[in-house]
Ligand binder design. Structure first.
Ligand code: RIB
Length: 313
């Protein structure tokens, strides 16, 4: 099967994770949790996930001139990711995410973006030749929106399809040029609500919200609904509803990143919308059974084994 060439443009963070029975309320201190220091960042998680699933990955990101940044780049190289266009910022620190996880695997994340917010269009330009050779580019929203907009326009010029994972939920409306320029947008229910101004709670409301995004120019919309499953439609009339796999959740961090990367790999390999979603849902389901972001991301063999156990892909 073809080895997909995927470029991920986005954030790199160091995650500091505390898992405890519950997440404290403002002003409260709770004790008894366990701690994990690990690589994260939505862009980085997607790059690592795609590499573990068999893609040839080039990652465009920005780190600080510090220990966290150096460790992150070394880790990406160990994963076989091309780091030629990772740049080290002279003044900003590597991004850091503080993550609290409760007993049900739900999380709460606060990010100090650091160098991620200094990833400007000029850096995208420096990688443009490599971007032009990709089968697909994945973007998220942990870098400046102007850079995302620029990257989408460049990909359109180069004829490279783009998947946008609009996470974290945008605080301002996405420019129409972004929605018109992407092949696929993949929000979760919170992000879909933020993008459309419509509450998204189930497949019916997801369909309305997805139709709104199609009308704005996106060519396909995939809305993940947590344990309820995944709803998708495309401008050429495809529709899919894929139920979620039932697993015992430990930590949902990076499940959305894992889904986007796995969907990207499967779609480049030519799978149908619903088969690619099923593959992505399986990869994401495995990731929620493990603690941490990149530590939770499965290999291709693990996803295939999972799908065999849950009937063939
Ligand atoms: O999507 C999960 C990621 O969000 C974490 O790894 C954290 O770094 C934040 O960016």
């Amino acid at each position: 099967m073809k080895k997909p060439k995927i470029v991920v443009i986005g954030s790199s963070n160091t995650d500091m994770v505390v898992k405890s029975d519950r997440i404290p309320v403002p002003g409260e201190t709770i004790t008894g949790g366990s701690f994990l220091l690990a690589q994260g960042g939505k862009g980085a998680n997607q790059a690592v996930a795609a590499a573990r699933l068999g893609a040839e990955v080039l990652f465009v990101t920005r780190v600080g001139n510090d220990m966290f940044g150096r460790e992150a780049v070394e880790q990406y190289q160990r994963e076989g990711i091309d780091t030629s266009f990772i740049e080290v910022d002279a003044t900003a620190a590597t991004g850091v995410a503080l993550i609290l996880v409760d007993a049900k695997g739900e999380n709460l994340i606060s990010v100090a973006s650091g160098a991620n917010h200094a990833l400007y269009p000029e850096q995208i330009d420096r990688a443009s030749e490599a971007i032009g050779q990709a089968d697909l580019v994945i973007l998220q929203l942990e870098i400046p929106l102007a850079t995302v907009e620029y990257a989408v326009a460049l990909c359109n010029k180069l004829g490279v399809p783009v998947i946008l994972d609009p996470a974290p939920a945008p605080r301002v409306p996405l420019p129409d040029s972004v929605l018109k320029g992407i092949a696929t947008i993949k929000p979760n229910e919170t992000e879909a609500s933020a993008l459309t101004g419509m509450p998204v709670t189930d497949s019916e409301s997801a369909e309305k919200s997805a139709q709104f995004l199609l009308d704005k120019g996106a060519k396909s919309v995939i809305i993940t609904l947590g344990t309820q499953g995944v709803f998708a439609i495309s401008a050429c009339g495809e529709r899919a509803f894929v139920p979620s796999f039932s697993v015992s959740a430990v930590d949902s961090t990076a499940a959305g990143d894992c889904f986007s990367a796995a969907y990207a790999v499967a779609t480049v390999q030519g799978h149908s919308l619903s088969d690619a979603i099923r593959f992505a849902a399986a990869a994401a389901a495995i990731s929620v059974t493990r603690i941490g972001a990149q530590g939770s991301l499965p290999t291709l063999a693990e996803v295939n084994e999972f799908l065999t156990q849950h009937s063939a892909f």
